[in-house]
Design a protein around this ligand. Structure first.
Ligand SMILES: Cc1cc2nc3c(=O)[nH]c(=O)nc-3n(C[C@H](O)[C@H](O)[C@H](O)COP(=O)(O)OP(=O)(O)OC[C@H]3O[C@@H](n4cnc5c(N)ncnc54)[C@H](O)[C@@H]3O)c2cc1C
Length: 385
């Protein structure tokens, strides 16, 4: 089987790139190892920039009808209870609000949209190996699940959108910061939460941080980061895990007082955040390109935006008849677009992960709307040129 563009992974990055390229008239194939809708460990908060992408693609109304919860502010709460509130209307290039939405619902909608735009989406196909020729990846070998039949797929352009798995070169993820690798994530859907209104709340505690946001109906997403040894001590027991992590924050103690587990408690890690060098053999988008710290709530939005960036450059490369330099041009454009946010994340990471974001830091952040807007524009705004 062969296409103009082959995309590995049907998450937000892959689905958005596939939809955009199919709309531009290319023959696009998407290989996804899971069957959708599928759950995904995530804070399940979509930032205003991501909501703007959905609005642009006429997907916001369908998502609201499916029960997405509108989020108007982000509240950062230190382990001593200091609260700093950021109105999401201050975000640059955004819709003015965020959303709480389960990944099962969001990702399914995005992948179905890619299909409706004309992309050929094959689920339960696990890519195992890249096929290279003259310094470029031109295809993959994969296993069709659940039987395991081996198949080869070829394309003029191959895009890796396989998330943290980085299916085409899994060993390439270099460790920039060894200290980050001791951190693991956990997540569950819960009910019985004291109202947090239209906020996403982020709680800092001695071994990391976690968040709470309302999803469809009365369901809430509870997600956190902590050290490996804490996760081990909790032995998959939510109550024990909460006592060792979130309940060390006074506000989280209050909101989670009557929390009830509504889905299995899941975990993943170790997590290594940061921007790394991208290959020149193929295009890499979303988390496969770089893992953004969850406390910035930008992962899904960045994944979608990198998908759109890649689609525009793939289109330009086909038009110019130059696929050879595509990956290196994309790598430069990706870095230009996201470098400021990654630098900000790297600066804040040690404070967020090792103890408390800090009463002192939260107290110093600007409360005035104009200052907040300028700060956010400086970090997240589009870099021109
Ligand atoms: C603890 C935690 C909390 C987070 N919270 C938030 C949040 O609240 N808001 C936010 O915006 N971001 C958050 N993120 C980040 C967000 O989850 C990611 O940035 C986002 O999922 C990236 O999308 P993607 O499409 O690049 O990858 P993914 O969503 O990971 O999709 C990749 C897809 O590729 C498929 N795949 C993998 N390997 C193969 C293979 N070999 N063959 C075929 N298919 C394959 C997978 O099944 C998957 O469906 C969080 C991350 C973590 C770790």
């Amino acid at each position: 089987m062969s296409w103009d563009v082959l995309i590995i992974g049907g998450g937000p990055a892959g689905a958005v790139a596939a939809a955009d390229l199919a709309r531009r008239g290319y023959r696009v194939g998407v290989l996804e190892r899971k069957r959708f809708p599928r759950a995904k460990l995530c804070g399940e908060f979509l930032a205003p920039t991501g909501v703007a992408h959905l609005q642009h693609g006429s997907l916001l109304d369908p998502l609201l009808r499916l029960g997405a919860h509108i989020v108007r502010e982000a509240a950062f709460i230190s382990s001593r209870g200091h609260r700093y509130t950021l109105p999401l209307a201050q975000f640059p290039d955004g819709a003015g609000f965020g959303l709480g939405i389960s990944r099962a619902t969001l990702d399914h909608l995005l992948l179905e949209c890619a299909r409706a735009c004309g992309a050929e989406v094959l689920e339960q196909v696990c890519v195992t190996e890249a096929i290279a020729s003259s310094g470029r990846i031109i295809g993959v070998r994969a296993r069709m699940l659940p039987l395991g039949k081996r198949v080869t797929f070829l394309a003029s352009v191959v895009i890796d959108a396989s998330g943290r798995a980085r299916a085409l070169d899994p060993s390439s993820r270099s460790l920039k910061s060894e200290s980050d690798s001791q951190f693991f994530a956990f997540q569950a859907h819960v009910s019985g939460i004291e109202s947090i209104g239209e906020a996403v709340e982020l709680y800092f505690y001695p071994s990391g941080y976690g968040g709470l946001v309302r999803l469809e109906g009365d369901l809430y997403n509870l997600c956190g980061l902590t050290k490996r040894e804490i996760l081990r001590r909790a032995e998959s027991d939510l109550e024990r895990l909460l006592t060792l992590t979130l309940r060390q924050n006074p506000r989280a103690r209050e909101t989670l007082r009557n929390a009830r587990l509504e889905s299995p408690l899941t975990g993943c890690g170790p997590l290594r955040f940061g921007l790394e060098a991208l290959p020149h053999t193929h295009v890499v988008i979303g988390d496969a390109a770089a893992l953004m710290d969850p406390f910035l709530g930008q992962g899904i939005s960045n994944a979608m935006e990198s998908g759109l960036l890649a689609a525009a450059l793939v289109d330009a490369a086909f038009r110019m008849g130059d696929l050879r330099t595509l990956a290196s041009r994309y790598a430069r454009a990706f870095r230009r677009r996201f470098i400021r946010a990654w630098r900000a994340a790297a600066l804040l990471r040690p404070v967020a992960l090792h103890g408390d974001l800090g009463d002192r830091l939260l107290a110093r952040l600007p409360e005035r709307a104009l200052a907040q807007h300028l700060l956010l524009r400086l970090i997240f705004g589009r870099k021109i040129g």
